[in-house]
Write a protein of this length. Structure first.
Length: 86
C-alpha cells in the first residue's frame, strides 16, 4: 500500500505561515474535502490510504455513489452513454 509523504506539511511554508486549516473544525473539513475529491476521481487505493492515515472514513452510501459516478464517467469517456441513461 502506498503512503503519503510523512513530511507533507514541511514541503511548503504555506501550511505554517499563516497556520492554515489548524483551528476548530478546519483540519477535519479539509481531510473530508480531500477524501471526497479522491473518491470522485476513482482513486480507490489512494482513498484507502488517505482514510487510514488521516483517520477519516467515507460512509458506505457515499462510497457507492462515488463508484457509480466513476463508472458512469468512465463509460462516457469510452463513448458508451448507456450507463448514464439508466
Amino acid at each position: 500500500m502506498q503512503h503519503f509523504p510523512p513530511n507533507l506539511a514541511a514541503i511548503s511554508d504555506a501550511y505554517t505561515q499563516p497556520a492554515l486549516f489548524s483551528e476548530g473544525e478546519a483540519p477535519a473539513a479539509l481531510d473530508r474535502a480531500v477524501l471526497d475529491s479522491i473518491a470522485r476521481q476513482g482513486l480507490w487505493d489512494a482513498m484507502d490510504a488517505f482514510e487510514e492515515e488521516a483517520g477519516v472514513r467515507v460512509e458506505e452510501a457515499r462510497r457507492s455513489a462515488s463508484r457509480s459516478l466513476h463508472d458512469i464517467t468512465s463509460a462516457i469517456q469510452r463513448g458508451d452513454v448507456g450507463p448514464a441513461l439508466q
